[in-house]
Write a protein that binds this ligand. Structure first.
Ligand SMILES: Nc1ncnc2c1ncn2[C@@H]1O[C@H](COP(=O)(O)OP(=O)(O)OP(=O)(O)O)[C@@H](O)[C@H]1O
Ligand SMILES: [Mg+2]
Length: 352
């Protein structure tokens, strides 16, 4: 990762600012920048001006401090030091900095992964322990049903017991599915086919009612290297969520098109963007309240009475295993749009 450098003289005029600095600050270099007051050149970045302005006032200059550039949604790590002449008089200052945004995102992902790993072990243990007693309940309720063929009340109670036990079992199976490490069986996959199957599977899980489902697959969309079965699960979960949110009416638009995944900004220009496909699942349902969008991918986060909250956690896990990206944008009352970007061929091998 390259460093940004910015240097200025005691009188506040800019002495140097390298390309990386312009890039990180999201500014365009222009001819006369050097020699102009830095506060002028950086006027769109007030946070930086504030830091630089303190260069001659603070007795202790920050070494390895962090600064969040709110408008750019970027974090930089920086060191600020004075430049002195032979007599020790400050004649200028220089700031070295790095774009930490990517680093922060990676760390965040790692923290999440660790948390999920220990949570996963626990959940796997519990799920495993629950499987046997649940199977016992099912079998015994079935036996009892045969012993009281004539009692209507008992039959209906036993039917309830059986269906509740089945529901509990389904949760256990889903939980085990979630905690199991993803192992991809990669094959050349036709996304049009995956989408079609996912619609059918979502319909069998959730009542579709009068919801219209429109799909549009860009002609000539490349086949991708992926795990067909697991990708179907991704789109089944997204479509099932939309069905559940929309309550039997409205429209879901599923579209697939060619796209690219941009390289890490620090390497842009060195690594070309990766060829990819983008699949969007957009509904015109009630949307997700803004304060919840950060949490919907968390395991066990649900707003539904009978939900386990694992659907999107599994989705994210599978997309990650494909080196893909997923994001969501949602406006209350207008709808929700999930965007899944998958590389045409996965860089990091076939098994994870
Ligand atoms: N298309 C959507 N529209 C509105 N809200 C949504 C949509 N998709 C997901 N959500 C919200 O995200 C939450 C989490 O979804 P997720 O699929 O992880 O769990 P769930 O559907 O509640 O349960 P499960 O999928 O395990 O049965 C949902 O409870 C719902 O509040
Ligand atoms: Mg769901």
């Amino acid at each position: 990762m390259r460093n940004g450098v910015i240097a200025f003289r005691r009188d506040g005029t800019l002495a140097l600012m390298n390309d990386e600095a312009y890039r990180i600050f999201g500014l365009k270099a222009s001819e006369g920048d050097v020699g102009r007051p830095f506060a002028d050149v950086l006027r769109e970045r007030q946070e930086i001006i504030r830091v630089l302005s303190g260069a001659f006032e603070l007795s202790h200059l920050p070494n390895r401090a962090e600064l969040r550039l709110k408008e750019l949604d970027r974090v930089i790590g920086y060191t600020l030091s004075q430049v002195r002449d032979d007599g020790g008089v400050p004649i200028g200052a220089v700031m070295f900095f790095k774009d930490l945004t990517q680093v922060e995102q990676v760390e965040e992902r790692e923290r999440l992964r660790d948390r999920l790993a220990s949570l996963g072990e626990m959940a796997a243990g519990i799920a495993h322990e629950l499987k046997n007693p649940l199977a016992g309940i099912e079998v015994m309720a079935g036996l009892l049903r045969r012993q009281v063929p004539d009692s209507k009340d008992a039959q209906s109670l036993l039917a309830d017991i059986l269906s509740e036990a089945k529901l509990a079992n389904a949760i256990v199976v889903e939980m085990l599915e979630f905690v199991r490490p993803v192992r991809l069986q990669v094959e050349r996959t036709d996304l049009g086919e995956v989408i079609q199957q996912s619609v059918t599977m979502a319909e069998s899980k959730v009542n579709r009612g009068d919801i219209a489902v429109l799909t549009s697959v860009e002609p000539g969309l490349p086949m991708i290297e992926s795990d067909h079965h697991q990708l179907s699960q991704v789109f089944t979960n997204l479509i099932a969520n939309a069905f559940e949110a929309m309550n039997g009416k409205g429209r879901i638009m599923i579209s697939a098109m060619t796209a690219v995944i941009e390289a890490d900004p620090a390497f842009a220009g060195i690594h070309p963007p990766t060829p990819a496909v983008l699949i969007e699942v957009a509904d015109d349902g009630p949307g997700i309240p803004g304060d919840l969008t950060d949490r919907i991918f968390n395991p066990f986060f649900t707003t539904k009475v009978t939900g386990t909250g694992l659907g999107l956690a599994i989705v994210r896990k599978i997309v990650d295993a494909h080196d893909g990206r997923i994001d969501v944008s949602s406006t209350p009352d207008t709808g929700t749009r999930f965007r899944v970007t998958l590389p045409v061929s996965s860089a990091s091998g076939w098994f994870k």
